[in-house]
Design a binder for this molecule. Structure first.
Ligand SMILES: Cc1cc2nc3c(=O)[nH]c(=O)nc-3n(C[C@H](O)[C@H](O)[C@H](O)COP(=O)(O)O)c2cc1C
Length: 327
């Protein structure tokens, strides 16, 4: 297992429905050192549901962080323990998700209004596990978006033992905006995240939100301990290929060609299908790898439309690889 680096200089954001195990396996082929995150898993789903379905992953995905959603300290501790036993390298608490469904259960961004509850959860998890416990949060929520309130939140949670904060540098508006709008509409305020780093110099801060290039990452890393990218990595995963060299100073492992990556994914798909999975559960995550290259449009069409109509889906995947090879 690659030893986890704490705090990660570069990580790929947790994204529900996107960063599942097949997606992470694919991303890991492109960078050995980027830290990957699970989708958010609620404590309820782990305690009352099929824990293995939510927690299982391929050991090659490590270093991998389990992101939990919840607020009950004892349940969080129980789930963090499960995560540690399952082999995750870190536990992260979601204090950023704005969806109505989670607010009703005191999960996600609404917890920014309850710093003491978050602190209790962090303390309980830290007492339960030996791996790092971190928080991913917004810079505020509507009605509670002053810098003072944000600093109180960070200070209170840090006192409970959290040393690493991943800051999605916009507020969340808890009424009236969809989760998708909440990732675009509230303006990005890197200056506020920067202020946190200045006011809490002993804590680690990772900047998240709207970062699109490795040039920008290098720039932010002069002020922050880490950067986290979500949508850009999913849309253009090939950018991960330079992460090890440029951000970790560890060249030499990156794949040379997209064909190399896609052939590894072909072998993965075959194993996935043998275990009862579907080809399209894997191929849906691969659309972005062609971005910016000749044939990208045809590649995407094959994997997003044609493959669903075919009774030989692996053959369509092979055809897509050939398109990228210019055949
Ligand atoms: C499809 C999707 C699902 C997401 N699911 C989660 C989630 O489960 N947990 C979380 O903390 N953030 C989630 N986010 C937010 C991202 O982690 C990230 O904070 C946000 O997209 C901003 O970063 P970016 O501009 O680099 O994408 C999600 C974002 C997207 C696009």
């Amino acid at each position: 297992m690659t030893p986890p680096v704490f705090p990660a200089r570069f990580s790929v954001a947790p994204m529900l429905d996107w960063t599942d195990s097949p997606c992470r396996y694919f991303l890991r082929l492109l960078s050995k050192h980027a830290v990957l995150y699970s989708e958010m898993v609620t404590t309820g789903a782990l305690i009352h549901g099929d824990a293995a379905r939510h927690l299982d992953f391929n050991a090659r995905e490590n270093p991998l962080v389990l992101q939990l959603g919840g607020s009950n300290a004892q349940e969080l501790a129980q789930c963090a323990k499960l995560g540690e036993q399952w082999g995750y390298s870190e536990i992260n608490l979601n204090v950023g998700c704005p969806s109505d469904r989670v607010q009703n259960n005191m999960i996600g961004a609404c917890l920014m209004g309850h710093p003491h509850l978050v602190a209790e959860g962090i303390k309980a998890m830290r007492d339960a596990v030996g791996i790092p416990v971190t928080v991913k949060h917004r810079i505020g929520i509507n009605g509670r978006d002053s810098y003072q309130e944000l600093a109180d939140f960070v200070g209170t949670v840090a006192q409970a033992g959290c040393q690493h904060f991943i800051v999605h540098a916009r507020i969340a508006i808890l009424e009236g905006l969809s989760p998708k709008q909440n990732r675009d509409v509230p303006p990005l305020r890197y200056d506020i995240a920067r202020q946190l780093k200045q006011d809490f110099p002993d804590l680690h801060f990772t900047l998240n939100g709207g970062i699109k290039t490795l040039d920008a990452c290098e720039q932010h890393l002069q002020e922050f301990d880490g950067v986290m990218l979500g949508r850009e990595v999913y849309a253009n995963p090939w950018l991960l290929r330079e992460v090890d060299q440029r951000l970790y100073g560890m060249p030499g492992h990156s794949p040379q060609t997209r064909t190399e990556v896609l052939l590894s994914m072909r072998a993965y798909i075959e194993r996935h299908v043998q275990q009862g999975g579907k080809v399209v559960h894997v191929t849906r995550h691969l659309l972005g790898i062609a971005q910016g290259f000749p044939g990208a449009r045809r590649f995407r069409q094959l994997l997003s439309a044609d493959i669903h109509r075919s009774d030989n889906q692996l053959a369509v995947f092979d055809q897509a690889i050939e398109v990228l090879q210019g055949k």
